[in-house]
Design a protein around this ligand. Sequence first.
Ligand code: ADP
Length: 737
Amino acid sequence: MNKRLINILVKHAEKAYLKREFEKASLYANQAIDLSGKDNKDNNLSKIYLLKGKIQNSKGQYAQDNDLIEDAESYFNQAKTSVPSSLDVQILLNYGHVFVNKKNYESALEKYESALSIAEKNSDLELILTSMVHISRVFINQKKIKNAFEIAGQFFLLLDDNVKPATKLLCYEQYIAVHIRMGHFVVAAEYGVQTLELSIELEDIENEIKVLNSIAITHAVKGEYKQAFDYLMQCKTKSEAIGYHEYTGKSLINIGNIFSALSNHEEAYSNYKNLVSVRTLYNGLDDYTKGILLYNLGCIAYLLDKKNEAFRYLNQAKEIGEKFKNSRLIARSQYELIRIYLGEEQLEEALKLAKIVEQFYTTSDGNGKENESHLANLAEINYLQGKYETAIEYGIKASQRASEVQNHKTRKRSYKILSNIYKKLGDLENAYLYLNLYSEASEEFFKEMRRRTMVDLEMKYETSRKEKEIELLRSEMMLQQQELEYTQQLTEKNEKVAIAQEEIRQFTYAVSHDLKEPLRMIGSFSKLLSQKYETVATSDDLEFFGYINNGVVRMSDLLNALLEYGRVGKHDDEKVWVNLKTIMEDITETYYLKIKEEKAAIHFENLPIIHSNRLMLFQLLQNLVANGLKFKRPDVAPIVKVSYQEKDEMHIIRVSDNGIGIAEEYQERIFQIFARLHKRETYEGTGIGLAMCKKIINHLNGDVQINSEVGKGTTFVISFPKTDLSKINDNRNNDAK
Ligand code: ADP
């Protein structure tokens, strides 16, 4: 009877433990202990002690409370004395956990390895997998990522359908975590969601939280900040609920990083700040993370113009770096401090610090090589001091060193400094050269940044040299902020331009469209008036009516042309097979009367079928041919020729006439809207035709040139790229009559 009750209590306790409901779990476990207390040899008792130990151990881990961890250890000792060997491995594993929580990784590894060898002897796959997962975790703690990765590969291969879901979850979670640290985000993302679902199904809250954080990172590296943010918020809420400070802290930092990436400095600041000011959370972080956090906070504070805070945090970060002999952290905090001094024009201070950094680099950093960021600082210091030659030397050294280690940000900064120096020296050629190098480097920097923005944080556990590149990127948060802000501004500007263009288009359309109606009214009422007063009107009156009428006709022409201009490219960008010959035949037919009157001629030969937009080509050729017929010399019959040529990947169409020609100084202006070179009395027209041609040519991504001689004639040479036929279905029936 008791036994069954105990079993039920243990089950409840285990379930509550999985949900990390510590109070509840302890309550059930204590009752179970009470019930089975008399019989020390009971198998159940070991199990319960084990569970009690686990509860205390997790509580201790979350709260970073060593007393609780010691307590856990004593429960495991009791579990061991109260026996059976089937629990040996479990107990060993839990000893391992205790050591992990005490940060004694060597001993933890020892326990896990003995657990593994017993499990192997017993051919117990579940426990083999569990031990391997924990070994892999310890390797991560020790920053031996390669080893962690190898083991993960091994246990992943051992997984099969018979493995219990809980064990599978453990394996998947570690597999993902390892891949994230290796920078294999695609693999991590592939397993993320299914692992999350499994953890929810099993109500395993701790693994759920870890996976939420991992999934967020896989989104963030792709720049999918919204999704990343959502996952992090879940991660934060859930870890807060169970008091898992380490992960609350992690989510806060990651959320801060997302806001930084989005240039939302205020939010980033408030998330970082929140983390720093809540002691329990802050203490839940390991020291290196604390350093990075303070460093990030310092950079952001500076951006927000909170200079004192920036100094304070960066100095704190530096101190942590010094305490733990982390040379990169020291250097980068100092490097940012120097930048602040430079920004404040406190040259003396900057110089003092730069000297310390210099010493540091030539002594403790080994390799004898100077750090590129430091060199760039020296370049800037010398520049500000007016020592241009020395500044140039440092600038060039900085850029070379930055190229060597692929530090695009500092490469970019060095080029900018060099460009500024040369500008100051009046050497515009070199200034321009470095400006160009600067923009090239910026592009590379952006590409890199997109991918890395967030990786950053999770990589903080990796301080080994092979991760130097990432380390560097992390140190460059501040400029990254500015750059992101800058791109965002650019995007905004582009968007504004697009909106303005659309507004202009709508405006042109609305104006021309809506004006037609009142114009028609003016026209018809003036006609009515002229008819009504026909008998009494003087010749002056009739002349006036004539002016009104001409005005109306002319305005109507203008509006129609404007409407057509506004429509170019609006409806139809579709490309089909277009027969240029057919188009020219249609145009010739349109001008049949004019040709006859003027004894004009339109010649075209060997025109091909090309892949392009039919309406656009029709309007283009019609306008050019019409102009060729219109701008004729007195007493010379107009001849217009249209010919085609292909050159490399370009179509070239020539439209030439034997008309009055266009003087060179006007050849650009005539493409502007309403630009005309003649009085209306001499040559009719609206001044919109060529503007429309230009717009069409732009739509075709082409170009137009004019060859003309006044009094002899004009040739318009239009060139535009061929369609890349490999990208379309070759279906020649469209317009190829
Ligand atoms: P429109 O023909 O309605 O005046 P366009 O925009 O077609 O307006 O042309 C603008 C101006 O360019 C014309 O007014 C004319 O002065 C000049 N132009 C255009 N085509 C020719 C041509 N083939 N020969 C000489 N002048 C031309």
